[in-house]
Write a protein that binds this ligand. Sequence first.
Ligand SMILES: *Cc1c(COP(=O)(O)O)cnc(C)c1O
Length: 360
Amino acid sequence: MNQFIRRDIIDMQPYTPIVPFEVLSQRLGRTADDIVKLDANENPYGPAPGALAALQAGRYFHIYPDPEANVLRDKLADFTGVPKERLLAGMGADELIDLVLRVVLEPGDAVIDCPPSFGMYPFSTAVNAGAYVAVARRDDYSLDVDAIEAEVARQPHAKVLFVCSPNNPDGSVVADADLRRLLELPLLVVLDEAYVDFSGNSRMAWALEYDNLVVLRTFSKLAGLAGLRVGYGIFPEWSIPHIMKIKQPYNVNVAASLAACGALDDKEWLREKVSAITAERDRMVRLLAPFRYLRPYPSRSNFVLFRVFGRNALDLKRNLEQHGILVRHFAKPGVDNCIRISAGRPQDTNRLVEALREIG
Ligand SMILES: *Cc1c(COP(=O)(O)O)cnc(C)c1O
């Protein structure tokens, strides 16, 4: 019956999901509390207390949510300093990546990605039948702007460019001058700022200056709401009515919206956690320095990418797993034999160091 399936979807590579936490904890014979989860850049301190309080106080879970997410967007306008009319919320930034592509891509249109970067860009490009064009980053993970410009000159159908800053998986930040050059191209630039809370210097306000810029952010990382799925972004004025038309009306559920608003009321907690997490990231790098087979890349985010020398990174990941420590392993071009470790709490880093000593 495959005749009914879209041909491009039959040929599509499935997205490699990480093993669910519950499954892994059972497989490893450890309770959830005994697992040090440093594989998905979540907040190790859990959700912002303001988010939990807002959920507890919630009363209207039996009522459909506001399709325009007005309460949340008002708060986001306050938080970001950009007009509410330009903000959209989604079921995670992931949904907004999909929506941007759904609203702009026509058959034959190309999407430019700069790998190594976030896996949802190729995934959503494929789902939306876009042509995927990769312009690899340089060895230090900076963008090769010359090569991107050359590619755009060659690709009359290039429409969208994804720029992740700080970039997942290495944590580097795009330079102002590079971003300005890219914004001069005849493309819609999607700047993914999922980790900008940790680096500072958001370019959200640039979207008021450039009408070909989308800037995406999320409550999944710093605010600790990855499980509730809520993200947002600033979009060009011309795109908003069309995205509103095609999005699922109830994309941001009542719980997600309440929790996000509650987190925004808890700015002091968020500030504290940024300091704690970035300090712990730097402490992790210092403590891992004696392990000479691990070489860190400089990160402005809440994780560190390590290149593994003289041993197999996948074996290392599996050994750590046996010690109850989860890290992310990569074997793709540009991040071959690498692991990415999220910054945890001090006790998490200590467990990591102990485990590495035992592994030897
Ligand atoms: C985690 C992540 C996201 C996804 O955010 P959600 O709001 O959880 O969908 C988007 N972009 C990057 C680069 C990420 O690492």
